[in-house]
Design a binder for this molecule. Structure first.
Ligand SMILES: *Cc1c(COP(=O)(O)O)cnc(C)c1O
Length: 369
């Protein structure tokens, strides 16, 4: 039995006619750029997140980049974020000319540790960019409290957290702006690249909408220099078809995660934990191996038996070759570095069966015992 880390085909087969109809609709109209599909998806997604505006863009990375620009963040500014994330979080901060300032993570949630944020604030700090890692919202009350006290902007990197909640409110409505990715394997994914910026601020929504489309205000009039960062109509149509299923898929992921929690209870691993005020959506089901185990050997054991595994993430951002110029030594962020060495993500998707899960756990048990 081979069990992939994610099974996009199983999801497609479960809604094949809806997806095929959506794609055909766009082809029949030959309206491939912007237009009704994009605006209808934007309205539906904003409403889903409990926010006023969603602006569709070309990727999650594009969403982060354009949100930072729209908030006026650029050269000379600092943005506080976590080093334990996908590279794009730091990359977008650097691409607008600002400096990412890393703050270590909480050892229970693996999200940015709010207790360490204030010590990282300088006169140049403009924003905090928490990442809702693995689909669990960061501790947003604590983060927003610090941001208010110091006059900082909060931009959520919600690329892994579509539909997750913090105190009942959805990711996307927890800061000044939020950035989503619709990369195919995300909880809400399209069939290519896509993303969105979600906000309650009409000025930010307008600015992102302008910047994503060459600074355009009318067909041939350009207010400012922008970018080619639009969301394709075909991707928007696919996302419109998938959005009504998202809550069911997330509920199934939570159910599968709870079942893993039980099956793994007697193994020498730490299963995911979450704050009581969060409802996570398990973009990843990531466990922490006890220090004694050689992770590479465990990964190889699983892969050799056809089980997909992921490492999210093996190299924290401050130790990436691309960030050598920040001159941050190993040991700068010990919790992130520890997690980077010992975490392991197991297959998780809504269609994962009991039999598949049992096979994953039995194989992991062989590797550990
Ligand atoms: C996926 C992801 C991104 C980037 O999204 P793309 O659509 O691939 O550009 C950014 N941040 C995090 C935390 C992600 O998981």
């Amino acid at each position: 039995m081979t069990i992939p880390l994610v099974d996009l085909k199983a999801q497609y087969l479960s809604i094949q006619s809806e997806i095929d109809e959506a794609i055909q609709r766009v082809i029949d109209r030959t309206s491939f750029i912007m237009g009704e599909e994009v605006t209808q998806f934007e309205e539906a997604f904003a409403q889903y997140c409990g926010a006023r505006y969603a602006v569709g863009v070309s990727s999650g990375t594009g969403a982060l980049f354009l949100a930072l620009l729209a908030h006026g963040i650029g050269p000379g500014d600092e943005v506080i974020t976590t080093p334990f994330t996908f590279f794009a979080t730091g990359e977008a901060i650097s691409q607008v000319g600002a400096r990412p300032v890393f703050v270590d993570i909480d050892p229970v949630t693996y999200n940015i540790d709010p207790n360490l944020i204030e010590a990282a604030i300088t006169p140049y700090t403009k924003a905090i960019m928490p990442v809702h890692l693995y689909g669990q919202p960061a501790d947003m009350d604590a983060i927003n409290h610090i941001a208010e006290k110091h006059g900082l902007i909060v931009i959520e990197d919600a690329a892994q957290a579509h539909g997750s909640r913090y105190n009942g409110r959805r990711a996307g409505s927890l800061g000044h702006s939020a950035c989503f990715s619709f990369y195919p394997s995300k909880n809400l994914g399209c069939y290519g690249d896509g993303g969105a910026v979600v906000t309650n601020d009409p000025k930010i929504a307008e600015r992102v909408a302008k910047l994503r489309d060459h600074g355009r205000v009318t067909k041939y009039k350009h207010d400012e220099l922008g970018y080619g960062h639009r969301l394709d109509a075909i991707q928007a149509a696919i996302l419109r078809a998938k959005l009504p299923h998202l809550d069911d898929w997330n509920a199934a992921r939570r159910d599968r995660a709870r079942r893993y929690d039980q099956l793994l209870a007697d193994l020498p691993v730490t299963t995911p934990r979450h704050l009581p005020q969060t409802e996570p959506v398990y973009h990843c089901y990531t466990i922490l191996l006890d220090d004694a185990f050689d992770r590479d050997a465990v990964v190889q054991h699983l892969k050799d038996r056809g089980i997909g595994v992921g490492i999210h993430y093996p190299i924290p951002l401050h130790l990436q070759p691309a960030y050598r110029f920040l001159e941050l030594e190993p040991g700068s962020f010990p919790v992130s570095e520890h997690m980077a060495r010992h975490v392991l993500s197991l297959p998780l998707y809504a269609e994962l069966t009991d039999e598949q899960q049992d096979e994953v756990v039995d194989t992991l048990r062989e590797a550990l015992l």
